[in-house]
Design a protein around this ligand. Structure first.
Ligand code: ZN
Length: 67
């Protein structure tokens, strides 16, 4: 296991982690390739790999949440 050193930002904010596989982006903002979904009022991020795999499920949930 190679675990990256987790350093909180100056504001105490965490780096963005994928909601599915837990991959960390290494920064407070998700990379442009990541997918951002708002579920139950909180933001969830999905890495590009999970986004590709679960794009339909994620979009389906997003639609139902918005309606
Ligand atoms: Zn992921």
């Amino acid at each position: 296991m190679d675990e990256q050193t987790h350093r909180p930002g100056p504001d105490g904010t965490d780096d963005v982690a994928c909601a599915l596989c837990g991959t960390r982006s290494g920064s407070e903002t998700a990379p442009p390739t990541w997918l951002c979904s708002v579920e139950n009022g909180s933001r969830r991020y999905y890495c590009d790999e999970c986004a590709r795999t679960h794009i339909r499920a994620i979009e389906g949930r997003l639609d139902s949440a918005w309606w």
